[in-house]
Design a protein around this ligand. Structure first.
Ligand SMILES: NC(=O)C1=CN([C@@H]2O[C@H](COP(=O)(O)OP(=O)(O)OC[C@H]3O[C@@H](n4cnc5c(N)ncnc54)[C@H](O)[C@@H]3O)[C@@H](O)[C@H]2O)C=CC1
Ligand SMILES: O=C(CO)COP(=O)(O)O
Length: 322
């Protein structure tokens, strides 16, 4: 049986890095057709068409300069031409262009085509949030997986080591995409919670903008939060620390924090509840308790008999949301 043809829908910074990987991987597996088409939004560079430059010099000189693309990746300016015969579509364009492009692709979709979205973003639908993969699913009526991770295109193209996550509701498709995209330096984990994977990828971009604002204002050195004392310690403590362990037991046993501390820690001391009490006093003094609902709720649950069931309600009633 002939291998499945792959079309990369997009050729920007990330699209071109991924084309480098896909071009190599399809040659190593008989599951795929060895020729890959890459849809390129045509533009002129110094009087020459970008597609012609890519097909002649095997380099996307505008979006990924300095990296040669495999010769079996063919740049195609016409989207209908690019997707013709393709059974595997890899979507990797800025999210604002996806709807229109899917409308152009739809008449050329054949039975059994599958897709994967590498696009980080969301859209707004009549019922609220709409995932980019949902737009593709609905418009093309195909099964769609996603790939999102801590991946900077130029670093991946440089073959620096990094990991990434595929979210695939179909396990079989997840494995196909893993075979298509994994390399010794681009390691893939497949999970089935595709929507969660996609939301992580989309929303982190907003935080990144905020981090840039902070650095621009010179107010917060976000680099310190990236030291071990910051995000790393937060994650570690939430997974493996004593505060987390005793708090979970507090909910499951209905015993007090003090009783559990004595029972579970053999003389060791918890710092979280006590710190929440100190912080609560400071918040009260400055009349800003309502601005810190998580800190306030932890204190009230630990020391004032507030029902732990109300924990989420405290967060839902954050003044910023009202
Ligand atoms: N660059 C990166 O390091 C990473 C990017 N991503 C995500 O991948 C997606 C694509 O990003 P990149 O490949 O970096 O693209 P990019 O940011 O380099 O975008 C430029 C691309 O958009 C195309 N374009 C411009 N106008 C267009 C139009 N009217 N219609 C269709 N295409 C048009 C350009 O031709 C070019 O290919 C984004 O959602 C991004 O968040 C994800 C991981 C890493
Ligand atoms: O998604 C990315 C890293 O994971 C790339 O982020 P930027 O689009 O901000 O460069």
């Amino acid at each position: 049986m002939p291998g499945k043809k792959v079309c990369i829908v997009g050729s920007g910074n990330w699209g071109s890095s991924i084309a480098k990987i896909i071009g190599h991987n399809v040659k190593a597996s008989n599951r795929f057709d060895p020729m890959v088409s890459m849809w390129v939004y045509e533009e002129m560079i110094d009087g020459r068409k970008l597609t012609e430059i890519i097909n002649k010099e095997h380099e996307n000189v505008k979006y990924l300069p300095g990296h040669k693309l495999p010769r079996n990746v063919i740049a195609v300016p016409d989207i209908t031409e690019a997707v013709k015969g393709a059974k595997i579509l890899v979507f990797v364009i800025p999210h604002q262009f996806i709807g229109k492009l899917c409308d152009q692709i739809k008449p050329h979709i054949t039975e059994g085509t599958i897709g994967i979205s590498l696009i980080k973003g969301i859209d707004e639908g009549p019922d609220g949030l709409k995932l980019i993969s949902d737009i593709i699913r609905e418009k093309l009526e195909i099964e769609v997986s996603v790939l999102m991770g801590a991946n900077i295109a130029s670093e991946v193209a440089d073959e620096k080591f990094c990991e990434t996550t595929i979210g695939a509701k179909s396990e079989a498709n997840g494995q196909i995409f893993k075979e298509l995209l994994q390399t010794p330096n681009f390691r893939i984990t497949v999970v089935n919670e595709s929507d969660t994977v996609e939301l992580c990828g989309a929303l982190k971009n907003i935080v990144a903008v905020g981090a840039g604002f902070c650095d621009g204002l010179g107010q917060v050195s976000s680099s310190t939060f990236l030291e071990s004392c910051g995000v790393a310690d937060l994650i570690t403590t939430c997974y493996g620390g004593r505060n987390r362990k005793v708090a979970e037991a507090f909910v499951r046993t209905s015993k007090s924090i003090a009783e559990l501390e004595a029972e579970m820690l053999n003389g060791q001391k918890l710092q979280g509840p006590q710190t929440s009490a100190e912080v609560y006093k400071i918040l009260q003094k400055n009349d800003i308790v309502t601005k810190f609902p998580l800190f306030a709720a932890v204190y009230q649950i630990c020391f004032e008999g507030k029902e732990v069931k109300e924990f989420i309600t405290c967060l839902q009633n954050h003044p910023e949301h009202l």
